[in-house]
Design a binder for this molecule. Structure first.
Ligand code: ATP
Length: 359
């Protein structure tokens, strides 16, 4: 069992602050995704956990014991990179057995573990094939198997699916979840793909420009983004952020006004608010509908299989399964009160709102 604690962790390369004051706790057997755009500091964080990079500031603890300056080989870590590290001149079996052979484990144990891991990775029928003859997808499974075989306490995966094809990526998402359950290991997974993070991780740590933006379950990060960066980064299409103005207990936005309850109005007082609403949480109605909503012209209807993305004036997007009802003129957007999020336009931070428990 291994829990990871990153305490005030920082890394600078010359004048570049790759990671700044990172505080993150990864529980034993948890699957945590480090998520963010290119250059946000994900790989540097991973490399510090692995011992490949030495932090400039802060501490790393495994199960409460400091390992900040411990060399990689003394950390009991399995590492899977984007570019799978396998020996192409060996068979699948030899590749899998390698980590145990160099540890001089008894032959019986090696054979048993190879059989177990091959079954887990669904590579049993390929055991005697040369690794060079595997498909890219199989090679990546072999790379994961090679790392898993020695039962590392912590498994680090750095964009392991970025080189595999789209169909296999979807398949591997569920496979990885299954593998993690079987292996019972703490996993840290680096990705820039929010769908991958949402479907795999127990918790997601969103990073941007070296700073942790938010950490939470996929649902927390998706439904209650801590700031506008997270709101935009999670979801496709991303959360709509409508500039708004508070007028008493009403909120004036493009296309009309929305009535607020007094607690929400009080929370928004003194802010220049942005109204956040997910595209799938907006209901569309006829422009003449009597209910309260925002009336906006439709600019484009983009079919996506059974549903459609309706593009409206002001770069507002609505995902709907009722595209037949969308005319070319104006539509009314109904915005349920429980789905509304509010952000301060100047700081980008979520505005804590009494009653909704917005963090
Ligand atoms: P990517 O997905 O593109 O790998 P990332 O989120 O993993 O991005 P890092 O690779 O950790 O980000 O890089 C964070 C910042 O630190 C970037 O600005 C990068 O250019 C810089 N950086 C990383 N490694 C080094 C290095 N060895 N020397 C100098 N700068 C570095």
């Amino acid at each position: 069992m291994t829990a990871i604690d990153l305490v005030g962790l920082g890394k600078t390369f010359g004048s570049v602050a790759a990671v700044r004051d990172l505080n993150l706790a990864v529980g034993d057997k948890q699957f945590v995704a480090l998520l963010g755009p290119s250059g946000c500091g994900k790989t540097t964080t991973m490399n510090m956990i692995a011992g490949i990079e030495t932090p400039t500031t802060g501490q790393i603890l495994f199960d409460g014991v400091e390992v900040t300056r411990l060399p990689p080989q003394r950390r009991n870590i399995g590492f899977v990179f984007q570019n799978y590290a396998i020996f192409t001149h060996m068979t699948v079996r030899q590749n899998l057995a390698f980590a145990l052979k160099v540890r001089h484990r008894p032959g019986r144990e090696v054979r048993q573990r190879v059989a177990e891991v091959a079954a887990l990775m669904r590579l049993t029928e390929h055991l005697d094939r040369p690794a060079a003859s595997l498909s890219v997808n199989e090679m990546q499974k072999l790379a994961i198997g090679r790392s898993a075989i020695a039962r590392p306490a912590i498994f680090l995966l750095d964009e392991p699916l970025s080189n595999v094809d789209a169909a296999f990526r979807v398949f591997m998402r569920s496979e990885l979840k299954h593998i993690q359950r079987e292996l019972q290991q703490t996993m840290v997974y680096v990705t820039h793909d929010q769908t991958e993070a949402m479907s795999l991780a127990d918790r997601i740590a969103v990073m941007h420009q070296g700073l942790l933006q938010q950490v939470g379950t996929p649902a927390e990060v998706y439904l209650k983004p801590a700031n506008t960066f997270v709101a935009r980064f999670m979801g496709s299409p991303s959360m709509n952020l409508l500039p708004a103005r508070l007028e008493g207990t009403r909120l004036a936005c493009a296309g009309g006004q929305l009535t607020l309850d007094t607690a929400t109005a009080a929370a928004l007082a003194g802010h220049e608010p942005l109204l956040g609403i997910r595209p799938e949480d907006i209901q569309l109605a006829d422009a003449s509908d009597a209910r309260e909503g925002l009336v906006l012209p439709v600019e484009l209807v983009e079919p996506i299989g059974p549903r459609a993305i309706v593009h409206l004036a002001g770069d507002i997007k609505v995902v709907t399964d009722k595209r037949a009802t969308v005319g070319s003129g104006g539509v009314k957007l109904l915005i349920p009160t429980d789905k509304r999020r509010f952000f301060d336009a100047a700081s980008g931070l979520a505005i804590a709102e009494a009653g909704h428990g917005q963090a």
